[in-house]
Design a binder for this molecule. Structure first.
Ligand code: PMP
Length: 361
């Protein structure tokens, strides 16, 4: 059996480790950029009534037309741009890669960055080029990036804006220079848009190779798995051909529409998260040797004193708080942890354990 597996599963797939999600049962979960708030009881009841009226014996609307219309207005998609929905933005990354993949073609992004760009490139038989960010502030290293674009002539460029796991926005002038230089589509991944001060959405149409990707995951609907891609219809009509039929299920369509109708509740939650991000940032900054990086997302990247990231991660875990351990995942993330902004009492617990660790080792 082992031999046959080795014969048939492609070597680059065998070399991968499956996307690992740590079990968080019973823990304060500050590892996955989720919105920590649930819905108030009255909203929950109204939602259940809405679900009660659904039929699941029929396939969903294949284009999710009503939902798409509502997403357009919620996310301010320019009127003349097309829209494509995915089962999470992860599925959209996969559709994009499938549509352009061919032997010898590559996907280019920056490092440290969102791991799925590389992973999906590998699934689709493409090469992956990761250009390191600048060490001091995680900004784009423009000479290196432009050189890599010239050299590799990628088939797809992804730039996350803000970037995961660093939390920063890249300089818009640098992004525009990438749009100019890239021979291919440049996808600006705005997963963290609800927490950021800037967006490329209104620039759609000004560059014929610009697409903007969003998700509802970070704004409080991660369980639905719904992402969207906006851009010129000439591109999106082609990418739509590799979309699984009925990829947005009945429950997701109805629930997302319900949530968008009650977007005020979500808006209040994201505003609270932005405020609490500042509180968390300042508290971490005040601790001896801890260096949090400014964030435009719902998480904070923090560098601990040398050799302390893993022991702090373990101390937090022992006391019931799960964060993301980044130390060891990339040379620029030495001694780093990524902390998702949680509810005030969750952040306070994290700070209490961290303060004790910093004071007593
Ligand atoms: N893009 C970025 C930059 C992300 O960090 C994530 C999630 N961690 C995603 C896309 C995927 O989001 P989803 O599939 O939940 O829409």
């Amino acid at each position: 059996m082992e031999g046959r597996v080795a014969d048939w599963i492609r070597p680059e797939i065998r070399a991968l480790s499956a996307y690992h999600v740590q079990d968080a049962s019973g823990l304060i979960k500050l590892d996955a950029m989720e919105n920590p708030y649930t819905w108030p009881e009255d909203l929950r009841r109204e939602w259940l009534e809405r679900l009660h009226s659904l039929d699941v014996n029929r396939y969903p609307d294949p284009q999710a037309r009503k939902l798409a219309q509502e997403l357009r207005s919620a996310m301010q998609v320019p009127r003349d741009m097309a829209l494509l929905l995915g089962n999470g933005s992860d599925e959209i990354i996969q559709m994009l890669a499938l549509a352009v993949s061919a032997p010898g073609r590559s996907i280019l992004s920056v490092e440290p960055g969102f791991v799925m760009y590389r992973m999906i490139a590998t699934w689709c038989g493409m090469d992956y080029v990761g250009v390191p960010l600048r060490e001091d502030d995680f900004s784009l290293d423009m000479p290196a990036l432009l050189q890599a674009i010239r050299e590799h002539q990628p088939a797809l460029v992804f730039l996350a804006f803000p970037n995961n796991p660093t939390g920063n926005l890249f300089a818009e002038a640098d992004m525009l220079a990438v749009l100019e230089a890239a021979p291919c589509l440049v996808v600006v991944d705005e997963a963290y848009a609800p927490f950021a001060e800037s967006s490329f959405m209104s620039r759609l149409g000004q560059h014929d190779n610009l697409l903007v990707m969003r998700t509802v995951s970070k704004l409080g609907l991660a369980g639905l798995r719904l992402g969207l891609l906006a851009g010129p219809s000439a591109w999106l009509e082609e990418i739509d051909k590799v979309r699984m039929p009925y990829n947005i299920n009945v429950l997701t369509q109805a629930t997302a529409r319900f949530a968008l109708k009650h977007h005020q509740a979500l808006d209040e939650q994201t505003a609270a998260i932005r405020r609490d991000r500042q509180v968390l940032f300042e508290a971490l900054q005040a601790m001896d040797g801890m260096v949090p990086y400014p964030s435009q997302a719902n998480f904070i990247l923090v560098r601990t004193p040398a050799g302390k990231a893993v022991p702090l991660f373990e101390a937090l875990l022992k006391d019931g708080v799960l964060v993301k351990k980044l130390h060891g995942s990339h040379p620029l993330l030495e001694d780093c942890l990524r902390i998702t902004v949680g509810r005030p009492e969750e952040n306070a617990r994290l700070l209490e354990i961290t303060r004790r660790f910093v004071d007593h080792g």
